[in-house]
Design a protein around this ligand. Sequence first.
Ligand SMILES: *Cc1c(COP(=O)(O)O)cnc(C)c1O
Length: 371
Amino acid sequence: MVPSLDLKAQTAALRDELNEAIARVLSSAQFVLGPEVAAFEEEFASLCGAAYGIAVNSGTSALHLALLAAGAGPGDEVITVPFTFAATVAAIGYSGARARLIDVDPATFCLDPAKLEAAITPRTKAIVPVHLFGQPAPMDEILAIARRHGLTVIEDAAQAHGASLHGRPAGSLGDLACFSFYPGKNLGACGEGGFVATSDPKLRDTLRLLRDWGQDRKYHHAIRAFNYRMDGIQGAILRVKLRHLGAWTARRRELAAQYQQALAGLDLRLPAVRPGATHVYHLFTIQAHHRDALQRRLTAAGIEARIVYPYPLHLQPAFADLGYGPGDFPVAESLCGRVLSLPLYPEMTGLQVDSVVAAVRAFYDQTHAAR
Ligand SMILES: *Cc1c(COP(=O)(O)O)cnc(C)c1O
C-alpha cells in the first residue's frame, strides 16, 4: 500500500520533540501568540528571505490580510488563476475586491504571464500568482509588468515552503507572501496555521494590527480588524518541524528525480521545471490522456494517486458570481481532466516509488497492447 502522504509516520518520528514543545507551552500557559510564535516568526521569515513574518491561524487568513494590507477592497480587481485551491479566489472576495482570472501555463501549472497585461484595468490593485505544487510562478515577468502598472504582488506560497527562483526564496519574491501550515503542506502544523512574509515595515505594522483586533495597545482598536492569531502550541510545533524542513525538501526532490527518470518515455507529461526554479514538489503531478483509467489501476494496486484539482474554480457554483463560463480558461479546464498527483512525501521509500512506477508502466503496456 502506498498512501498519497503519511502524517502518522512524520508525527511518530518527531514524537519526543513535539511532546517537549507542547509541554513548554502548557507550563508557560502562553496559548495565543506569545514567545514561541514570536520565535517562529523570526525563524520562518529568515527561511523566506523576508525581514518580517506575521503568524496567523490559516493560509486563508494570511491571504485575506495580505490583500487588505495591499489596500484591496470593494471596487478593486485582483488578478489570479482558476487552477488553484479555492482559498486563493475566496480570499479576494473576503477583501471586497473582485477576482479577475487569467489562464495558466500548461507545462508548469502557474499563471501565464503572456496573458497578464491584457487583464489589467484601471481598477486592478494586485496580482496573486500561485506557486502551484511547489514551483515558483514566473515572478520575473510578473514583477516587471506589476511595477510598470504600480500593482502589489502577493505570492500564494501555500505549497512552496523552501522553493526558490534564481536562488531567492519564495516569500521574498513579491511585496507580500502567504504560506499555509495545514497539516498536509510541506511544513504542516498539528492543526491550522498560516503566515505572511514581507520586508516592508509599514505592511508589517498593518498586518499585526489586522491579525489582532486592530489593537495598538490593549483594548484600544485603531482599525477594524480580526482575530486571526496563531496558537502558541502551533508556533512551538512549527519550530520543531521547521528544523526538519530542509531534509524533507531534499528528500522530496530526490524522490521526484527518481520518478522523472523512471517515467521518462511514457505517453504522459511529467512536471516541467522552469530554468532557475527550485521546485519543492508539494505534489508530483503528471498529465495523462487516460487519467481516470490510470487512477483506477493505481487504486487497484493499493496506490493512492489524487486528482488535484478536478474542477477549475471559474466553473464552480461558489464562484458563479464572477461571471465566467465553460471555455473561458481552456488550459485550466483541460488540466482538470488530465492531472494526477502520484504519491510523494518525505517518509516515502525508493522501493515505494519503484512500485508506483511499475504500476504506471504496467498500465501503459496494457493500453498500448490493446490498441
Ligand atoms: C492550502 C492552500 C491555501 C489555504 O491555506 P489554509 O491554511 O488551508 O487556509 C491557499 N492557497 C493554496 C494554493 C493552498 O494550497
